[in-house]
Design a protein around this ligand. Sequence first.
Ligand SMILES: O=C(O)CCC(=O)C(=O)O
Ligand SMILES: [Fe+2]
Length: 296
Amino acid sequence: MTAVQIAPTASDPTFETHVERLLPTFAARVHDVDLREVAAAGEGAGLRALLARHKVLFFSDQAIDIDAQVALGLAMGELTVSHPVVAGATNDHPEVYALDSYDGGRSDIWHTDVTFMPRPPMASILRAVKLPDVGGNTNWVDLEAAYESLTPTVRELADQLEAEHDGSREFAEYLEKRRGGEGNDWDGEKVRQLVPVRQPVVRVHPETGRRSLFVNPGFTTRILDVSDAESRGLLDIFFAHLTKPEHLVRHRWSAGDVVMWDNRSTAHYADFNYGDVQRVMHRVTLRGDIPVGPRS
Ligand SMILES: O=C(O)CCC(=O)C(=O)O
Ligand SMILES: [Fe+2]
């Protein structure tokens, strides 16, 4: 790992002078910022605002361990537990979600984190712990650009729709394996069952007011109040727009990388192309709000 830069952020609490934009609509590399310093200096609010603006932020050469990752999350907001049904990385770190490829921890399907709960986390902060030499890149798409890429007539239809999100396919087995079939406390309630939830198909970002296409192949199971055939057709259209290459940024991980993303405006996918090599990532998530559509 190269030397960590000391953050000269006091002169720019918005961090904008540190930003290198990666695509016209989203994603930015943030240079010469030490995330431990940001947390210690109480500058988390600036980072949070930067994240709402750019949607995905990439940081490199960070000397961050599990405790520093938690401290960073706390500087930016309130942390959730690791996941509704997956236990924390260690007993001391119930808020850290370990994605270990040796333990089935893969994310090779497009998704936005935890949209199968009524109140999904607003943002995720991910740190590379153990990486394959090559492969295991992560991809993010801009759900606001995906919404904008629909024709106005289809946008107007999407604005009126709601969809079912269900975490069972991805996570029911984790819940069954937990002692007593009990998950974690999420939003003040013990999770004992993954009950499908209703979410708006178009989400209005609570900070920016921008609209995004808030469906994903990982958890969105159907469009509600239309026929099965219509639901399938609509989801096909929405998913195709979501994953257009021009809405996508891909990251090749190095040791010391930290990436954070806004779950209110993006979806992501981790490539699984590294065979039986171990890949471990640690994530913390910031508590979010209940998604709101244009009509609610
Ligand atoms: O492993 C990755 O790169 C991403 C995993 C993921 O989906 C997440 O951390 O939410
Ligand atoms: Fe994820």
